[in-house]
Unconditional design. Structure first.
Length: 171
C-alpha cells in the first residue's frame, strides 16, 4: 500500500528560515502555527494536496532524513532536514508526546483527510489527545544521535540523554 500512497518521500513542511534561505521556494501565503514554531506547509509550494504530485516535484536538497508515518491507507513516506527535526522535537517537548506522534500531528494539520495514526494506532485529531510520553530523552536520541522518529528509544536510554563523548589522542 505504501507505493500507492506516494512514490518518493517529500517534506511535510519547510521552516521559515529554510524558506527565506532558499531561492527556489518563492513566496507563500499560509503558515502553520504550532504554538512553538511557525512552519510553511509543503502544499503552499506545490499548490496541491495530491501526494503523488508532491512526492514527484518537492525534494530537500541536502541533509535529509527519511521516515514513515502510519495512516489508515498505509505508510506516508516523508523526509525532513535537521531544522525540521528540531521543530518536531520542540512540538513533542511542548505537548509531552512521542516525536513520531508530533510528526503525525503536524502531518494531520497539513493533510487532515489522510487519516494519520498515532503510535498506538488511533486516529490523530488534536495534540492534546495524543498518548503522553515520559520515556527516555528524545532530544538526545533523535537530535544528537540521528535516529528516525519511527524508532522508539529503548528503555535503557537515559532519561537525561547520553553524554557527548569527546575522544582525545594521548601521546
Amino acid at each position: 500500500m505504501t507505493a500507492l500512497l506516494n512514490i518518493h518521500p517529500f517534506p511535510l513542511f519547510i521552516t521559515v528560515d529554510e524558506m527565506w534561505n532558499s531561492p527556489i521556494w518563492g513566496g507563500f501565503h499560509e503558515c502553520l502555527e504550532l504554538g512553538v514554531s511557525t512552519v510553511v506547509p509543503v502544499t503552499e509550494f506545490a499548490a496541491s494536496t495530491d501526494l503523488d504530485h508532491l512526492s514527484q516535484i518537492v525534494r530537500l536538497d541536502s541533509r535529509a532524513h527519511t521516515d514513515a508515518l502510519p495512516t489508515r491507507h498505509g505508510l506516508l513516506l516523508w523526509e525532513y532536514s535537521a531544522e525540521q527535526r528540531s521543530v518536531v522535537l520542540r512540538v513533542a517537548d511542548k505537548h509531552r508526546i512521542r516525536a513520531a506522534d508530533a510528526a503525525a500531528f503536524i502531518a494531520h494539520r497539513i493533510f487532515p483527510k489522510l487519516g494519520l495514526l498515532d503510535s498506538e494506532g488511533q486516529p490523530v485529531t488534536a495534540a492534546g489527545k495524543l498518548p503522553k510520553y515520559d520515556g527516555p530523552n528524545q532530544q538526545s536520541f533523535y537530535g544528537d544521535f540521528n535516529f528516525p522518529f519511527s524508532v522508539t528509544p529503548p528503555t535503557w536510554f537515559p532519561q537525561a540523554g547520553m553524554p557527548k563523548l569527546v575522544f582525545q589522542r594521548w601521546g
